[in-house]
Write a protein that binds this ligand. Structure first.
Ligand SMILES: NC(=O)c1ccc[n+]([C@@H]2O[C@H](COP(=O)([O-])OP(=O)(O)OC[C@H]3O[C@@H](n4cnc5c(N)ncnc54)[C@H](O)[C@@H]3O)[C@@H](O)[C@H]2O)c1
Length: 336
């Protein structure tokens, strides 16, 4: 199968890790930590980043390999992609002088890049820009992945328009490989399967990335909390009290995230089962595997059902929510 050509929109922690991951796993020798060696018949070496966009003047005009390299080793030295200006339709960016282009200029550039899939990895809270990027991708004839919590893929109108052009619209809000929400969902699923009645649970995330800092904005925090909480709630066939969200930004944690869980359930004869757990993970790496799977699956996607399967597998707020196990089985059956 041919390569899949990808445009990265927003070269931050996740975008950089994605680029580094392609380089790291392209040799084919070291597969430790790689979830699926082949998806839709494609290896990581079949994923080619052909364009990158950002609005940060400190990044625009610089080489993608340089920026990705600042987040850790492994960025491709011969990756000949420079970062171009993106679009900005949200008010209130903290950047003094953002580097931007009009939506129509962006659409033309994206079309000319030859990308088949655009990955939207911009900061959360950029809801209008994310929606405009999706519309630009649609116009340019490029499939679109919305990893941000902006409500894009849940729009049935937009999904239909992508499908009519035989493109995939995937999202919303990436479900990390082994992040706070995926782990929480799996614990609830396991308790339900073992006949334990879940009563209450919470997940408090503390992180140190730019994205976590951004999430401290109360509007963004509450939006992400609602998405995480609803994604967890659907793992049980009954309602239980739960809360899941980012509670604090601590700069010295950097890319790592601590998730603190407390779950209270009833067992046989009402016996009490209580869990107190801590999970420590790296945000960027946690996103990398899922994104690598999603772009390869999009390249191999055939028919209307494929988009639904990809969304349920890789995202916290897909148009059609499935339990974590069902979503995984569906993806493996179709693509891996
Ligand atoms: N595991 C994970 O890290 C994870 C999981 C789920 C969702 N996400 C989502 O992925 C996205 C990226 O996360 P991150 O940690 O890389 O964030 P980040 O803050 O490190 O990077 C975001 C980048 O986007 C750029 N940007 C902002 N607005 C832009 C615009 N309008 N156009 C182009 N570029 C723009 C910023 O300059 C920055 O370089 C976030 O929306 C986050 O919610 C990440």
């Amino acid at each position: 199968m041919a390569d899949v050509r990808v445009a990265v929109i927003g070269v931050g922690n996740v975008g950089s890790t994605f680029v580094r991951g392609i380089e790291h796993y392209s040799g084919g020798k070291n597969t430790v930590g790689l979830w699926h060696e082949k998806v839709a018949g494609l290896k990581p070496s079949n994923v080619k980043v052909v364009a990158a966009y950002d609005i940060d003047p400190a990044k625009v005009g610089r080489s993608l390999a340089d920026i990705a390299g600042e987040h850790g080793s492994g960025a491709k030295k011969n990756l000949k992609v420079d970062i171009s200006p993106g679009i900005l339709t949200d008010a209130g960016t903290k950047l003094g002088n953002p580097a931007t282009v009009s939506t129509s200029d962006f659409t033309r550039k994206l079309e000319g890049s030859g990308a088949q899939v655009a990955l939207n990895l911009v900061s959360s809270g950029m809801d209008k820009s994310s929606a405009d990027y999706a519309k630009a991708a649609l116009k340019a004839g490029v499939s679109f992945v919305n990893a941000t919590p902006a409500r894009v893929a849940v729009s049935s109108t937009l999904s239909r328009q992508f499908a009519q052009k035989r493109l995939v619209l995937a999202g919303d809000d990436l479900l990390s490989q082994f992040g706070g929400t995926a782990f929480h969902k799996a614990m609830i699923d396991f308790m339900v399967e073992r006949g334990v009645h879940v009563k209450k649970s919470y997940q408090l995330d503390v992180g140190g990335s730019a994205e976590t800092k951004n999430t401290m904005d109360e509007r963004v925090r509450m939006m992400k909390r609602a998405m995480k909480t609803s994604s967890i709630g659907m793992e049980a066939p009954y309602r239980f009290e739960s809360v899941a969200g980012t509670t604090e930004y601590t700069d010295f944690l950097g890319d790592s995230r601590n998730s603190y869980y407390w779950m209270s359930s009833d067992g046989f004869l009402g016996s009490s089962i209580v869990m107190d757990l801590t999970l420590r993970t790296s945000d960027g790496a946690n996103a990398g595997n899922v994104l690598l799977d999603v772009v390869r699956a999009i390249a191999g996607a055939r028919g209307a059902k494929a988009a639904e399967v990809i969304c349920a597998y890789g995202f916290k707020n897909p148009p059609k929510q499935l339990k974590i196990r069902k979503a995984y089985e569906g993806f493996v059956e179709m693509f891996a």
